[in-house]
Write a protein that binds this ligand. Structure first.
Ligand code: ADP
Length: 327
């Protein structure tokens, strides 16, 4: 007993030492503050690994409640991107709208804590989250009754910034999963922050005992941006998350008058990456100024301009995703 206490103490020392060395911890991507502590690939060979996994595995009192809520959602999909501004939220919102238009019950959980844009895009920004005996009631978008939860809804005003460190972010994410009264859903989509962050690890870890169907990786065709898409694919694979497919956004400019598409930033880069990595290509979405203006107004391009290239691409994205996860 004493020996094992001694071992724990020395491991704790090692762990504290490695946590104290912030530069090293950041450089190796130490996940000690997340649910992946002791289980991530970088933990292989770390002296604190055993203690970390025991601490994580020991008891997350929230887990049973998260499992109950999440088991009521049939399909769970993350939308991810290597960097910001590539259209990840637009893809999440329009996939949700397209699924809801097919009569499915859809939820969208906005975990992009640094830049929550979903409430505006889904026109719920003026509604308030109510805390009831069943939990936080998510807001309902006018587009097919999509249930929405976002950090943006909990801020006093839309210009407030959230400056939260890792553990606090993980806590709010877990509360979104556990305390939101999602009810029974066909699809729950997660709009995640860009890059490879604690937020992803928290969701993956919180969903470890229920099934996370996978991730959709959004990128743009520029050669420099492709490296970030590649990194995101590697990150998903390291987390053990299935990559359902890739989406190339901003793929040429669609003229609103004649619908002719001009390849402003080139096109096809993400397609080549899809071939190289043997990952399905889910959709190619052109730049369309009608998309950004619809999103700013909280209207749907799929309702307003159903025949335009972007709307058609979102619908074909929905079909591909359903084919992949439902078969
Ligand atoms: P991210 O979630 O990756 O940061 P967003 O979806 O918020 O990106 O998109 C960033 C901005 O670009 C938004 O104003 C959005 O309306 C616009 N946008 C995204 N995709 C397109 C597109 N295909 N055509 C025109 N504007 C787009």
């Amino acid at each position: 007993m004493e020996a094992s206490q001694g071992t724990d103490a020395s491991m704790e020392e090692n762990r504290t030492a490695s946590k104290g060395d912030t530069t090293t911890a950041q450089a190796v991507g130490c996940p000690s503050d997340t649910g992946m502590a002791g289980r991530a690939e970088v933990c292989q060979g770390c002296p604190g690994r055993e203690l970390c996994s025991r601490l994580v595995g020991s008891a997350d009192p929230d887990q049973p409640a998260i499992d109950i809520r999440m088991n009521a959602c049939r399909r769970k999909i993350m939308v991810v991107s290597g960097k910001g501004g590539v259209g990840k939220s637009s893809v999440a919102v329009n996939l949700a709208i397209s699924l809801a238009a097919k009569g499915l019950k859809v939820g969208l959980c906005d975990l992009d804590i640094c830049g929550p844009s979903i409430p505006t895009m889904l026109k719920v920004q003026d509604q308030s989250v109510v805390n009831t005996q069943y939990g936080w009631t998510p807001l309902k978008s006018p587009h097919g009754g999509i249930k929405v939860m976002s950090i943006g809804l909990l801020l006093d005003n839309s210009s407030s910034a959230v400056v939260w460190r890792g553990p606090r972010k993980s806590e709010i994410i877990k509360r979104f999963l556990k305390d939101t009264f999602w009810g029974r859903l066909d699809y729950l989509l997660f709009d995640t922050p860009p890059g490879t962050s604690d937020e992803h690890l928290t969701v993956v870890s919180a969903l470890k005992s229920v099934h996370l169907d996978g991730a959709i990786v959004v990128g743009t065709p520029q050669r420099m941006a492709l490296d970030t898409v590649r990194k995101e694919v590697t990150f998903c694979r390291k987390m053990g998350v299935r990559v359902l497919g890739l989406v190339e956004n901003l793929s040429g400019f669609a003229c609103p008058c004649c619908e002719e598409v001009t390849a402003l930033f080139g096109s096809g880069g993400v397609h080549r990456l899809a071939e190289e990595t043997a990952i399905p290509m889910l959709a190619t979405i052109p730049i369309d100024t009608r998309l950004s203006s619809c999103e700013e107004d909280g209207s749907s391009i799929q309702q307003e301009h159903p025949t335009c290239g972007a709307a058609v691409a979102f619908d074909s994205l929905r079909k591909c995703v359903q084919d992949i996860v439902e078969t």
